[in-house]
Design a protein around this ligand. Sequence first.
Ligand code: EPZ
Length: 429
Amino acid sequence: MDRILIRGGNVLRGDIHISGAKNAALPLLIAALLTDEPVTLSNVPRLADVSLLLRILRELGAETALAGRKAGESPFTGDTVRIHAPEIVSTTAPYELVSKMRASFWVLGPLLARCHEARVSLPGGCAIGTRPVDLYLKALEAMGAEIDIEAGYVIARAPGGLKGARIVFPKVSVGATHVTLMAATLARGETVIENAAREPEVSDVANCLMAMGARIEGIGTSTLHVTGVDRLHGAAYPVIADRIETGTYAMAAAMTGGDVLLRNARADILDAFIEVMDEAGVSVTEEKDGLRVRRCSDALLPVSVETRPYPGFPTDLQAQLMALMTRAEGVSTIRETIFENRCMHVQELARMGADIRLNGDTALVHGVEHLTGAPVMATDLRASVSLVIAALAAEGETELNRVYHLDRGFETLEKKLSAVGADIERVSG
Ligand code: EPZ
């Protein structure tokens, strides 16, 4: 299993290219199942999760073609992926694949909408929580689907197809919004989705569906109106820049007192994050080619943050913020309100000398003078990168194990960081 070694203390300076968003690319690839015509996505990040999802889509009957690095292209600006599902040859998404990448559960929506049936393994829980899917199933039942659970699989049928309905989500769910929106594009009649997720990745998928001929109003708001159509056609669509990768590298730069330009990054989808960085004494300013991040004061200042659905502070940046605050001058309060178990990075950060006191869903982070490199273990995608951020400012060497978590969501992380001065290397084996 690969490991990553980081020797802390270097100041990050230079340019980092921000890739396409993993959490947009995955649902966009799934949305391609809704049509029998080709869909071409550009700016697709080269990630383990994307490769695994392409394998699942091929099992369902999609042809996939990937055009990677162009000759002489530098830096890598993403793959162009062509997905063509002229015919769905199977409506089963098997456990052995869904259990490896839970977003593949979302194929339930397009399979039901296009084929009127689906057999999809329940995704099960993961390190950060039980991750139920009750909201997805209730929404599809409201659209006329008959849903049974048998031996760990969702068996869904919609004889005659889905019908439009009014869906009111009791809590915001990104995945349930994606699945309901995709299903509604081919349902008969009008669907209204209330308390829909407003994440930019949801809007990215909605805009792509519009390019495919879907009729959606209210994109970017918490109420989506969808008028079903008989069929969708192909489209070419660019994946939105990854706001989580942007926030992650911004905090890596801030942790080292550096000055980095995040190319392709967008400020308009990171308002809450930029506000917190301002409070922490980190300036994030828009430039022609992206966002410039630099420390504007010698010390990092403590903050008080609660994670919230968009446009609130993203839960996917919570672990990274906690790492940054371990070196702030003062006590920060960070409360995780989205997932029930997303603080496992606390004990790993403590191994590096951080002083964090966890009380239920709230962490009190007492800033310390020094962090010390140590062998640490990644537990989930975002926790793993929080350990990288801590290691960049730690004295000595940090050995990060289980880096496959990183490969799921951060494209060529060690290359991007070493290009701006980090002393970081991947050790295979
Ligand atoms: C998406 O997960 C993201 N994944 C997550 O990113 C992200 O943390 C999350 O949204 C919140 O923003 C992808 O986009 C692939 P939810 P999702 O449904 O859709 C509860 C990463 O690191 N809930 O918005 O699974 C759920 O348990 C990943 O890239 C129900 O109770 O998240 C959670 O507490 C991690 N019933 C809350 O809602 C349901 O039916 C929000 O979950 C569905 C969800």
